[in-house]
Write a protein that binds this ligand. Sequence first.
Ligand SMILES: Cc1cc2nc3c(=O)[nH]c(=O)nc-3n(C[C@H](O)[C@H](O)[C@H](O)COP(=O)(O)OP(=O)(O)OC[C@H]3O[C@@H](n4cnc5c(N)ncnc54)[C@H](O)[C@@H]3O)c2cc1C
Length: 279
Amino acid sequence: MVADRIPDTKAEALALLAAGGGPVVSGGTDLMVKRRRWGGLTPMIPDKAVYVANIAELSYVKKTGGSVEIGAETPLAVLLDHPFTPALLRAAIRETAGPGIRNTATLAGNLVNASPAADPALALHCLSASVRLESARGVRTVALSDFATGPGRTLLLPDELLTAILVPADDAWKTMFVKVGGRKADAIAKVSFAGAVKLDGGVLTAFAAAFGAVGPTILRSFAIEAKVIGLSPADVRERLTDLSAAYADVIRPIDDQRSDAHYRKTVALNLLADFIRSI
Ligand SMILES: Cc1cc2nc3c(=O)[nH]c(=O)nc-3n(C[C@H](O)[C@H](O)[C@H](O)COP(=O)(O)OP(=O)(O)OC[C@H]3O[C@@H](n4cnc5c(N)ncnc54)[C@H](O)[C@@H]3O)c2cc1C
């Protein structure tokens, strides 16, 4: 019975997963598309699926120490209006789907779906967020930079539930989010960019640049980012040509039905330049 697969608590969900249940269904907006059938048939969701969207204890936003903690089942629409939502994440959610999808879609689904073109995931990468993964065996925290291992692939194990997203507080950050799509609304990114920089005493104390849809996973280069820490904005702008060349070496997009590799690389580097000039 489906009702048996709609737990009210996290503990019940973990017990179902430990007993071999799955896949997990949150908003279902990715799963319904992935498992769609033609001819008017309903999507093929396995009988043992575990529906977790109703678990109230996994829907919240709170500040904990230096972080914002977001319960994995908080709908994107709630995050769009929440005062604790980091500005960069809010900007990304504003560019995600339309209001109907945002009412049920979650960050958990966006991150586990592991699309390199995902919008909220791009902002969370840029903000150095991490995810809390829980199972009946215990809890672990994984940095987002390690979580996705390829398109649709992550470190999540079959009995694990993504229960929370932890985002370092971003109050002092200056940020930029740009999504380039085929149309203004409801488009998958051809290429996207999220940038964040922190300044103190006239120099950069943090710098993050994340690129979407330019490789098998969202791209960040910690080695290149480290080169600009401690520089003034003017110094960084002076090194723009060198920085662009360094990113050109690591950005390796593909041609597909939405765009081609040359366009993606050119636009990605232009967005980086726009961000650096805005610092
Ligand atoms: C019309 C339309 C437009 C869209 N536009 C955009 C867009 O502009 N930008 C964008 O980034 N995305 C877009 N999407 C994709 C989708 O809406 C988002 O990725 C959304 O955040 C997925 O969340 P969900 O809760 O619906 O995931 P689900 O479909 O429920 O799940 C997705 C995957 O995550 C797993 N999962 C879900 N929750 C958990 C959990 N708590 N623990 C472990 N695994 C879990 C599921 O098993 C599944 O593999 C769009 C989708 C549609 C249908």
